[in-house]
Write a protein that binds this ligand. Sequence first.
Ligand SMILES: [Zn+2]
Length: 256
Amino acid sequence: MMVVDIHAHLKHGDRRRTEYTPAEILATMDGAGIERSVVFAMCTSAERAIAMAEAAVLFCPARLIPFAYALPSYERPVLDLLRSAIMELGFKGIKLHVGECTLAEYVSGPVFALAGRLGVPCLVDFGGQLEACRAVLSSHPETTVIIAHFGRYLCQDEALVDQFIALAEGHANAYLDTSGVVLMHKIVEAVARLGPGRILFGTDGPHSFRDGPEYASAADTAAFARAAVEGILALPLSSAEKRAILGENAARLLRL
Ligand SMILES: [Zn+2]
């Protein structure tokens, strides 16, 4: 079974803005049985984030899949950078984070429209902003939108997760990413409601169970990623459904 991680950071949005080298990400993947990972950076300029992902894919083109980081703003158009990353460098998608840019149509709409035209997905951390998510999905039906963390990172609010699942159910262009999901039974409910085809495994890694730079060894980050894979394998789903979530859906979506 091929395992694909849809969500791995070359640079995180955490307090320390932690960066991981491609070698560290690969060591994490090796320790967790992950074959391929989507990689991107955040908390830096779109230009530097694209350069980091480009360097990563040059380091290991067979296993690392670059996403461009979009930091759109009204004054600082980012479309040319994104277009050349996708058209010239072979990037496979775009990452946006609501914590770093507004998803208002007049700012981010052109990014979603570009992704739709170029046929690449947008992986979006909506930070629990349900209405922003609804607006993006319905304004850009031609764009595949991967909803990171089932809507909100480490969300304990069952009702909010249910609303994001319902939103995905109602929009054929929506996918759900399992990274940072703690209410694991919601993944099972999502399979029941929208089928297994639009749910993607992710780790949001590299991460460790314990916070602190002293716990960021490959053994620590591999343990975290392995637990994420095992979390999916332990769900009361069929093996075909688990295969779809862990890798087949991503392979199809990203044409791997
Ligand atoms: Zn993330």
